[in-house]
Design a protein around this ligand. Structure first.
Ligand SMILES: Cc1ncc(COP(=O)(O)O)c(C=O)c1O
Length: 357
């Protein structure tokens, strides 16, 4: 009988909610108001021949390189950061190699790494979900081939400071160090300029979050040109579709749109933090477009009640160290006000019906 590889059979199933996401979607850290109107205009102007031919990535790749200030030979457009992670794992991992991740973090590192047969070593985050740099340094061995770091991290919003990232890069010259900057726009600090100096550094960015293009599936992987030549060998020449490629230059050109959205999210983040303090809910300071908060034992009742208010939030209570925690994305000012009304009401109802929220 046909059987999947042993490493695949051992994988846990990953079940993000893939359907029925009706309401204000504060569960996936997407842009909640949509992309730049320039992108929508471009979509309306698409011609049949742009869809009839295979997508041509290179000229858009050059535009993205110049926008980001990196060598085009070291940059690859990808089908979201998800694909960038997959490509790194396929390029560098052999069965038995070690991969270091600090948990809780984004699930796809573990899934793609484990699928290669590599051994994923999970290191718990420190107090307050801070990155345990010393523990990571101590776990680097001759078998370490990948260290994946979301910066800012999902689901905590915590960040790793530049000096610590550089320590790790230097301590593991034989490992790919992937710094996943999916939430860069809401944070502002980056290691992108360092790809020229560190042969083992890869930086990933996405257009799914601040740019509002999650549905188009487009991201960027940057690294040293020689390493990226290896990564390209693994990827499909047509990994990014023609619609995404047609829209990306317009999305990049409308920086004002991104700036405004990011500014609104940052204000909303502060507003939500204030409210969580008032409601006496524990939360962790976040540099991303979401906040992780500890609801307690009634986390599932909380998520259901918020859904009744028309707001989707994400239960993260099964993530390591996240007992009773829920992650709430931040959107526009108006959406944050709506969120706060629902939050107050939900917390009041839950406290009135027994166990405190
Ligand atoms: C840390 C992190 N990396 C990558 C992704 C996926 O990005 P993309 O939509 O570009 O595949 C997410 C999405 O939630 C994320 O949180």
């Amino acid at each position: 009988m046909l059987e999947a590889r042993a490493a695949v059979r051992r994988l846990k199933e990953y079940h993000p909610p893939l359907g029925g996401r009706v309401g204000l979607r504060l569960d996936f850290n997407e842009n909640t108001v949509g992309c730049s109107p320039r992108v929508l205009e471009r979509l309306r102007q698409l011609q049949f021949d742009q869809l009839a031919r295979y997508p041509e990535r290179e000229s858009v790749e050059r535009q993205v390189s110049s926008h980001l200030g990196v060598d085009p030979a070291g940059l690859l457009l990808t089908n979201g950061v998800d694909e960038a992670i997959h490509l790194i794992c396929e390029t560098y991992l052999e069965p038995g190699d070690e991969v270091l991740i600090v948990v809780p973090t984004f699930s796809m590192y573990e899934i793609y790494a484990a699928a290669t047969g590599a051994q994923v070593i999970t290191i718990p985050a420190g107090a307050e979900f801070l990155y345990p740099t010393d523990e990571v340094l101590a776990r680097i061995s001759t078998r370490t081939r990948l260290i994946a770091i979301a910066n800012p991290n999902n689901p905590t919003g915590a960040v790793v400071v530049r000096d610590d990232l550089l320590l790790i890069l230097r301590a593991a010259p034989d490992a790919a160090v992937l710094v996943d900057e999916a939430y860069f726009d809401f944070y502002g600090e980056s290691l992108l300029a360092d790809v020229a100096s560190y042969l083992n550094l890869f930086v990933a960015r996405t257009f799914s979050k601040a740019y509002g293009l999650a549905g188009l599936r487009i991201g960027v992987l940057a690294g040293n040109a020689a390493q990226m030549a290896m990564v390209r060998r693994v990827g499909s020449p047509y990994n990014v579709n023609a619609v995404a490629l047609a829209c990306l230059p317009d999305a990049l050109a409308d920086q004002e749109y991104v700036r405004q959205y990011v500014a609104e999210v940052r204000r909303g983040r502060e507003r939500l933090e204030q409210e969580l303090r008032t409601l006496k809910l524990r939360f962790w300071p976040s540099q991303a477009n979401f906040i992780l908060t500890r609801i307690g034992e009634r986390h599932d009742a909380f998520v259901r009640a918020m859904r009744e208010h028309g707001i989707l939030v994400r239960d993260r209570s099964r993530d390591p160290g996240c007992d009773g925690c829920v992650r709430i994305s931040v959107g526009s000012n108006a959406q944050t006000e709506r969120l706060i009304v629902a939050l107050r009401e939900t917390v009041r109802t839950l406290s009135a019906t027994g166990v405190p929220a």
